[in-house]
Design a protein around this ligand. Structure first.
Ligand code: IPM
Ligand code: MG
Length: 357
């Protein structure tokens, strides 16, 4: 298989550098690797966040391992040069519409959560975020001037029925592989787009009578997520609400530095990326947590390479390394028992590789 590595910006290159050897160790000659610039690195190399050559390689690849895109002050520049825009365009061009963001509590890290241990022990939930529609892509959009001379900002929350149907099917199917509980999140009490969302999810649900469907408004969902997160199995959310809820869900597990994601298209192609982003404040220091990137590689093995058993092996290696006390700064706690050892990015990556062997 062809794997395209897009390290991107900030800590992206550091963490993907730890994930690639894991894939190489497992796939050996069965995979070829290529690398291309995206995000700020794309702007630097070719004048745009998603260079044409990068998009071309992405189309030809079977799977993409993505680091991060974005640098401080991005929001100040012109929109077509914004690093995050490269990722947004890639998601849409490749029809990567189903974004799976698991939040799983590792027993070794219960202490690192900001919630009480009894609320997060054993937590295992999945946020399925729709990734190709909503206010992220809807038009009209832009900043213009109204007749009175005031500047007006406009974005459009937009979903078509087929867009909602396909993500709902993805959700119910995924729920079948879990505890068969799907909670759909919307804001149907205020927004017509979200009324359509709720109605369409209910219609699709009829084909999955074995899966329990519940609906929550996004404000209530965020409250419940913090109050009693273990009530959730799979959370199905539109693009923007999913963006927000998945960061919150990630933090329940102690560190966003632990969480992988998969963005899947119907043709089996997938983009795998850590949820954490470019973290410019710690970039280049060798302290970033590579486990989210490594766990993203595990998701790649499972969803694009058809290697579920190898994916589970990588996940077990990560757990073994945590159990042996290795911690990057984001999950390290001084004075914890048993004592832990604070390590950098490369040492953490090598430890996982060794545990794998
Ligand atoms: C994410 C990120 C992106 C998003 C940004 C970088 C465009 O926050 O993947 O969650 O908003 O989708
Ligand atoms: Mg986000």
């Amino acid at each position: 298989m062809k794997i395209l590595v897009l390290p991107g910006d900030g800590i992206g290159p550091e963490v993907t550098a730890q994930a690639v050897p894991i894939l190489q160790a497992i796939l050996g000659g069965a995979a070829t690797f290529e690398e291309a610039p995206i995000g700020g690195a794309g702007v630097e190399a070719a004048g745009e966040p998603l260079p044409a050559a990068t998009l071309d390689l992405a189309r030809k690849a079977d799977a993409i391992l993505f680091g991060a895109a974005g640098l401080p002050g991005d929001e100040l520049g012109p929109r077509h040069l914004r690093p995050g825009g490269g990722l947004l365009k890639l998601r849409r061009e490749l029809a990567l519409y189903a974004n799976f963001r698991p939040a799983v509590m590792f027993p070794e890290l219960v202490d690192a959560s900001s919630l009480k241990p009894e609320l997060v022990e054993g937590l295992d939930l999945m946020v399925l975020r729709e990734l190709n529609g909503d206010i992220y892509y809807g038009t009209p959009r832009g900043i213009s001037q109204d007749p009175a001379g005031y500047r007006v900002g406009v974005n459009t929350m937009r979903y078509t029925e087929p867009e909602i149907e396909r993500i709902a099917h993805a959700g119910f199917k995924a729920a079948r592989g879990r505890r068969r509980k799907l909670c759909s999140v919307d804001k149907a009490n205020v927004l017509e787009t979200m009324v359509l969302w709720r109605e369409t999810v209910a219609k699709v649900a009829k084909q999955y009578p074995d899966v329990e469907l519940r609906n929550l408004y996004v404000d209530a969902a965020s409250m419940e997520l913090l109050r009693a997160p273990k009530q959730f199995d799979l959370i199905l959310a539109p693009n923007m609400f999913g963006d927000i809820l998945s960061d919150a869900a990630a933090m329940l597990t102690g560190s966003i530095g632990m969480l992988p994601s998969a963005s899947l298209a119907d043709d089996g192609k997938g983009l795998y990326e850590p949820v954490h982003g470019s973290a410019p404040d710690i970039a280049g220091k060798g302290v970033a947590n590579p486990l989210a990137a490594i766990l993203s590689a595990a998701m790649l093995l499972r969803h694009s390479a058809g290697r579920a058993e190898d994916a589970a092996r990588v996940e077990r290696a990560v757990r073994a390394v945590l159990a042996s006390g290795y911690r990057t700064a984001d999950i390290y706690r001084a004075g914890s028992h048993p004592a832990c050892e604070k390590v950098g990015t490369a040492a953490m990556g090598s430890a996982v590789l060794q545990a794998l062997r």
